[in-house]
Design a protein around this ligand. Structure first.
Ligand SMILES: Nc1ncnc2c1ncn2[C@@H]1O[C@H](COP(=O)(O)OP(=O)(O)OP(=O)(O)O)[C@@H](O)[C@H]1O
Length: 464
């Protein structure tokens, strides 16, 4: 697979100096991943003066597999890894990592619950404990993402994200106590870290580490999902004469909700913007743009508005069904038909739906998942969650079950409230829609999700 020739802004970004911090914000399909690979090749090129070992780092492993497949030339001096592999490797090098030092996500949830329970006994009848445990869990994650260590920091942190504080000022002292109780419980269970705060130790270790840095250059792809603390740790991983290039699209922030890369303290003088969408047809891009203008996106800083792509195609199709069985049958048969000639992805909000449809798909259909280690290009069906399709692209995309009972997710509405749940699921939908190069089919049964724009000119509508 060969990468396209960079043009215009892309060329400028490719040849940015090999020293300092740079940020490139781009709309979906604007060539961020392409440029992340090309820039890594440029920085690692042994025939240049600036050449040095380069780390191309991204958030999820599936994208690492995809990136490795995309590089047409063998990249010299370039290592492609996801952040957590990098962090674990470095901490192992510093003798700060043992095999079972990281708490699993399920065990983390259990300990957060236990911390909340312990304190709810202690502060019986305190109204704070009427909140669902998920809210505390998210807040603890947020505290870790910002590397907050004291109550004073928590109370006074001035952040640039769109985050309205989840907890009132008078509640925060107790929330911080829950956080500390969680840390104590985690320590008692013999785990030093969880996946959210490992970056803080990486920062501390680099601060104390005077040895020569392994990487001279770091390129971050899908940077919007990195916590400020992760980005900070990567900035500390390079020497003073090295470079860090950040690529991101805040509209696609689907992991670290309500965090901002701007809070990582990078020394960036100018932000480059990629507005040209090279992936989607005009009609699909228009739907993506309309989603990014929905109320749940309001106030998101750093959104880059795309320029409409030149390629024309069919309008996205919305197909309504009167029963879920009919919907499943249609999704499976349509995917099989489309996949004869092209790559097709069926994407879901959650694993349950993925499993449901998975059982009807032909044997050997590829499931997209975090641990995938090989990438098969070309025609065929892939299926997985919206999360698993991050950074990827397919000729055709089918998004089933886009009804108002699924999107926004009722459990998230219950835990975080409707505006927050819509903001999270709206971004997932945006990611799903913008994975499609030429064909997009959205299906539902019952009432359509309110997360999709209501402008009827954006779609072709079919009733089955
Ligand atoms: N200069 C270019 N000329 C032609 N095609 C290009 C160019 N730049 C990028 N593309 C193509 O556009 C598509 C999207 O590129 P890429 O995946 O790098 O975008 P992205 O910004 O990382 O997208 P996303 O953030 O939505 O995952 C790819 O098929 C890529 O080959």
């Amino acid at each position: 697979m060969s990468l396209p020739q960079p043009i215009g802004r892309q060329k400028e970004v490719l040849y940015l100096p090999a020293r300092g911090h740079f940020a490139v914000l781009g709309t979906a399909g604007s060539g961020k991943t392409t440029l992340a690979i090309l820039r890594s090749a440029f920085l690692g090129n042994p025939r240049t003066e600036h050449c040095g070992k380069t780390l191309l780092v991204t958030f999820n492993k599936a994208l690492v597999t995809y990136l490795k497949h995309l590089q047409d030339i063998k990249l010299v001096n370039v290592k492609i890894e996801n952040y957590h592999l990098f962090a674990r490797g470095y901490l192992a090098f510093r003798n700060k990592m043992s095999r079972y030092a990281i708490l699993t996500p399920d065990d983390r949830e259990a300990l957060v619950k236990q911390a909340v329970n312990n304190l709810s006994w202690q502060y019986s009848l305190h109204p704070l404990f009427d909140y669902p445990v998920e809210l505390f869990s998210e807040e603890i994650r947020w505290i870790a993402h910002y590397g907050i260590t004291t109550y004073e920091e928590y109370q006074n942190l001035d952040v640039s994200s769109d985050r309205e504080m989840r907890f009132k000022e008078e509640e925060r002292e107790l929330v911080f106590e829950i956080y500390q109780t969680y840390l104590n419980l985690r320590q008692q269970s013999g785990k030093k870290y969880d996946w959210d705060d490992i970056a803080t130790t990486v920062c501390e270790e680099f601060d104390a580490d005077t040895s020569k840095r392994l990487y001279k250059h770091i390129v971050i792809d899908e940077g919007q999902d990195f916590s400020p603390q992760m980005i900070r740790s990567l900035a500390s991983a390079i020497p003073a004469d090295g470079s860090l290039t950040f690529f991101g699209d805040v509209a696609q922030q689907i992991y670290g909700h309500r965090i901002s890369w701007r809070d990582a303290g990078l020394d960036i003088r100018q932000v480059w913007e990629f507005k040209q969408n090279y992936r989607n047809t005009k009609q699909i891009a228009k739907l993506g743009l309309a989603i990014s203008k929905m109320p749940y996106f309001k106030g998101v800083p750093d959104l880059v508005e795309p320029v409409s792509p030149p390629a024309d195609g069919a309008l996205p199709t919305i197909v309504e069904f009167s029963s879920p069985d009919q919907e499943i049958l249609f999704v499976v048969s349509e995917a099989i038909a489309l996949a004869r000639m092209q790559s097709v992805a069926i994407l879901f909000r959650d694993r349950q739906d993925e499993k449901l449809i998975g059982q009807y798909l032909p044997k050997g259909t590829i499931r997209l998942h975090r641990e995938m280690t090989t990438w098969q290009a070309g025609a065929g069906i892939r299926y997985g969650t919206y999360h698993s399709a991050k950074g990827l692209e397919f000729d055709a995309v089918i998004l089933p079950f886009c009804n108002n009972k699924k999107l926004p997710d009722p459990e998230a509405v219950e835990a975080f409230g409707e505006p927050d749940a819509s903001a999270q699921d709206g971004r997932l939908l945006y990611v799903g829609v913008t994975r499609a190069k030429t064909r997009l089919i959205i299906t539902y049964c019952g009432e359509i999700t309110s997360l999709l724009p209501s402008d009827t000119s954006l779609y072709e509508r079919v009733k089955r």
